[in-house]
Design a protein around this ligand. Structure first.
Ligand SMILES: Nc1nc2c(ncn2[C@@H]2O[C@H](COP(=O)(O)OP(=O)(O)OP(=O)(O)O)[C@@H](O)[C@H]2O)c(=O)[nH]1
Ligand SMILES: [Mg+2]
Length: 446
């Protein structure tokens, strides 16, 4: 890999009290010395210095830390310049580092160097990238553990177990030219089935906790005029969506983020579902259906001030078809009105007045989301990791019948593939394209 010196702003773009410019590579210290009148930067000390551009104009006064290789995030020489925040100062310092010989880093390039220099493995790099975007305290806790290597340890343990099993059979292939004794076959089968169970339960737990990682998505649905937009506004605590007594007011889905308890959730107000009167409404309703499909939690509203009708029935049927892997919350709304809605079959979770008080719903949402907290378990945090575990499982399955029939070469081929798949989670065999794609999704300066 090229060894030029890279530079980027590592902090978020915008107004803030400080910003950090990070430089990594052989020339990091030399570049710093071009920007600063100071001559000496002892490693790992915070030094206060003025920072100047190539014309020697003063840009800012900053705290500078020099990390001497290999004791840095990238294992190269690294300089971090902590300057005043805002839009201009950090950009000017970045520009000065480029004029002094650095190259602008691409997204994720610092982490990529940390990976290539053996400082972190891929599972740790992915945990760092997601920690930055964590949507709940629980997610942050899991990611922090994985950043410190808990997933890596689990992966290595599974990989070692498969290698151990392989060792048994390969001794027989190499030396004895005989069949494996039946009791050994049984033992191997037993071990493989334990591994299968462990990997399968990791896959299931990872699926269940997707909401925890990506932020739960909550859709508010119901027929027109039941008070969906009023409920969204009450949850957000401001008048985001237009509310009116005209049925069909909301024509398109409206998505907002809100923090409930320790979770950052995405909440979607939808167009009321009914036989559409026109094309735009029809498209809006299609989006409502999409929102149901994509949600972890669906809040279903009924207007208790009106009698139940066909539109309510249709919505019930629709949810029945889409309820898999979702939490449904049935709400009887407008309980301040004269009550006309009658249906023995719907078991309402809550009764409320969405214009007035939604605390009971907030509490219920918080409970549901807290239930999905299994913070001590291992979980797979990217599609890449999930795919690798699925491929490992397939290979383990495919190793079983050749084991029965004593076709040991085929058996060991599949287990070798399983080992490779497992190892790819932390350290893939040459696959530049995959690495570029993965690190390319990181933030700049990371
Ligand atoms: N009395 C009473 N009126 C409510 C309540 N919730 C909403 N409303 C009223 O019901 C009407 C419809 O409310 P919206 O929030 O716009 O209903 P919606 O479900 O978003 O309607 P569409 O966007 O047309 O699908 C408005 O006049 C609200 O003020 C409630 O709990 N009690
Ligand atoms: Mg609405």
């Amino acid at each position: 890999m090229e060894n030029d010196t890279i530079s980027a702003i590592a902090t978020a773009n915008g107004i803030g009290s400080i910003a950090i410019i990070r430089i990594s590579g052989d020339r990091a210290l030399e570049i710093l010395k071009k920007l600063s009148p100071k001559k000496d930067f002892p490693p790992r000390y915070a030094s206060l210095t003025t920072i100047h551009n190539s014309k020697k104009d003063l840009i800012d006064e900053a705290i500078v830390i020099y990390f001497k290789a290999p004791f840095s995030f990238t294992a190269e020489d690294v300089v971090e310049i902590q300057c005043h925040g805002g839009f201009i100062v950090a950009q000017s310092i970045l520009k000065a580092t480029l004029e002094a010989g650095a190259r602008l880093a691409t997204a994720g390039e610092f982490s990529k160097r940390a990976f290539f220099n053996g400082r972190i493995d891929l599972s740790e790099a992915e945990a760092i990238a997601q920690l930055i975007e964590a949507k709940s305290e629980d997610a942050a806790k899991i990611l922090a553990q994985q950043m410190k290597g808990s997933l890596k340890d689990y992966i290595e343990q599974i990989r070692d177990e498969i290698i151990h099993i392989l060792a048994y059979s390969e001794v027989t292939i190499d030396y004895a030219q005989e069949d494996l004794p039946q009791d050994l076959v049984n033992q191997i089968e037993e071990k493989l089935s334990q591994l299968t169970l462990s990997l399968e339960s990791t896959l299931v737990a990872s699926k269940q906790r997707e909401g925890l990682m990506q932020g739960f998505k909550v859709a508010i649905v119901g027929k027109p005029n039941v008070g969906k937009s009023s409920l969204l506004n009450a949850l957000l605590n401001f008048n985001r969506a237009i509310v009116s007594e005209i049925a069909g007011t909301t024509r398109d889905t409206i998505e907002e983020q809100v923090k409930i308890g320790s979770h950052l959730i995405r909440i979607v107000d939808t167009a009321g579902i009914r036989e559409a009167n026109d094309e735009i409404e029809r498209i809006g309703i299609e989006r409502s259906l999409e929102a149901i499909k994509e949600s972890d939690i669906v809040v279903v509203l009924f207007d208790s001030g009106r009698e139940m009708d066909n539109e309510d029935e249709e919505i019930l049927k629709l949810l029945e078809k889409n309820k898999e892997n979702k939490n449904l919350i049935y709400i009887k709304n407008k309980i301040d009105l004269k009550q006309k809605f009658k249906n023995e079959n719907i078991k309402f979770d809550l009764e409320l007045n969405s214009k007035d008080n939604v605390i009971s719903l907030i509490k219920l949402l918080e409970n549901i989301m807290d239930r999905t907290n299994f913070s001590d378990e291992i979980m797979l945090i990217s599609q890449r990791q999930i795919l690798a575990v699925q491929n490992t499982l397939t290979n383990i399955q495919e190793a079983l019948s050749p084991l029965e029939t004593q076709e040991l070469e085929i058996f060991s081929f599949h287990l070798n593939e399983a080992v490779k798949e497992m190892a790819s989670i932390t350290r893939p065999f040459e696959n530049d394209e995959m690495l570029d794609k993965m690190f390319g999704s990181f933030c700049l300066g990371k």
